[in-house]
Design a protein around this ligand. Structure first.
Ligand code: MTE
Length: 370
């Protein structure tokens, strides 16, 4: 049975939410999770809008952000190709433009919810954001280079360097996609985020945006795209971003599992009377459209359908709202559960795994009604 996780003080009506007296708080900065290199999550109280402003878009960097001089920057496409491409920033800007809104979630989001705890960035739920990305189609670029016979994967390499293990030599952050996935017409090489040039922390001057995939696939600060004839076995492909439950071999992570979050009410909010309240949130899945979101105030014994409203696109989260009337004064726990068009629903219990990835159990908020 899932239980409320409030402390006795919170449950008694005391709240540590610093914004509980303000109707629409808009914190102006990311919550710092780590500073060297910078990792920050979107404050949950700021996840109100369909598009996340660049200043509040979560950031997940494995190494220091590289300083890139645009006059010397090149994107090389090589390996098992008919020809090698060596492109300047202007060459990329001159290709046909494509814009697409995409929701991206870090695979480690909500790692803090796992019990027993695991090590890694202590994301509480704000490592998910949505932006309008503009750039060029990866498929166009791969067509220009021409995939050679035997090419099976495409490796994306960033300009950021580090040693994944203390004794190892420095190497760039790199990840691969199967050639077929890379050729999907919606794979984007983005140079703009919400109408502005990519901010440094988000991959300036060019990044991959892999719609539907957990964020690790969307390699930032791209300098090289290589077609290879064997499975890529780099550190961030084999040792990280795999689901290791302790039962059987670790499975590689790919698409975001179905999930939802609450944007209103805020956890710990206090209401003065038992009047109807608007409850709202966002839901997404990397495997398809959201089919429904339900809420429960009795720890999942019964569920009520929420309304799906607002904008949505093939690869974005969907806003949802519901009206909930507190049955009585006191401490209440609300839960939200999303289901996608394939029938996959959020589980009541998180699936524990050693590295703390793909945590998509039902989310809850607690409120106090006087
Ligand atoms: N690309 C490079 N080159 N280096 C990185 O550290 N982090 C990845 C991905 N791409 C990373 C990267 C991870 S784990 C995530 S979740 C997303 O970038 C985060 O993108 P953002 O910082 O723009 O939110």
């Amino acid at each position: 049975m899932v239980r409320c996780r409030c402390t006795p003080a919170e449950a008694a009506g005391v709240t540590r939410d610093p914004w509980h007296t303000q109707p629409h708080p808009q914190p102006a900065a990311l919550v710092t999770i780590d500073s060297e290199p910078f990792v920050g999550e979107t404050p949950l109280a700021a996840i109100q809008s369909w598009l996340t402003p660049n200043s509040l878009y979560y950031a997940r960097n494995h190494y220091e952000t590289p300083a890139i001089d645009i006059s010397g920057w090149r994107l090389v496409v090589d390996g098992h190709t008919s020809s090698v491409l060596d492109l300047t920033y202007n060459d990329v800007l001159e290709m046909p433009r494509r814009a697409m809104p995409v929701t991206m979630e870090c695979a480690g989001n909500n790692r803090m919810d796992l019990d027993p705890p695991v090590s890694g960035n202590r994301f509480q739920g704000g490592a998910v954001s949505t932006a309008l990305w503009t750039g060029v189609s990866l498929a166009d670029l791969l067509d220009r280079a021409g995939a050679g016979p035997g090419a099976v994967e495409v490796v994306f390499e960033g300009a950021d360097l580090g040693s994944p293990e203390p004794s190892g030599a420095p190497s760039p952050y790199a990840r691969s996609l199967p050639l077929e996935a890379a050729r999907h017409p919606d794979m984007l090489l983005a140079y703009e985020m919400n109408g502005e040039p990519l901010p440094e922390d988000h991959g300036y001057p060019l990044r991959l945006v892999a719609p539907g995939w957990y964020g690790m696939a969307s390699v930032k600060w791209l300098t090289r795209i290589s077609l290879i004839d064997h499975p890529y076995e780099g550190f961030f492909q084999k040792e990280r971003y795999v689901l290791d439950t302790g039962h059987g071999p670790p499975e590689p992570l790919a698409r975001m599992l179905v999930k939802s979050l609450f944007s209103r009410p805020r956890h710990g909010q206090v209401f003065e009377r038992c009047a109807p309240l608007e409850v709202a949130g966002l839901a997404w899945s990397g495997a398809g459209e959201i089919a429904d979101v339900e809420i429960s105030d009795d720890f999942g014994e019964t569920w009520t359908c929420a309304n799906l409203d607002g904008l949505f696109h093939d690869y974005t989260w969907r806003q949802w709202t519901a009206v909930w009337t507190p049955p009585c004064a006191g401490h209440h726990t609300l839960m939200a559960r999303a289901r996608d068009e394939n029938g996959d629903a959020q589980p009541m219990k998180n699936r524990w795994n050693r590295l703390g990835y793909a945590v998509n159990g039902v989310q809850s908020v607690c409120v106090n009604v006087r």
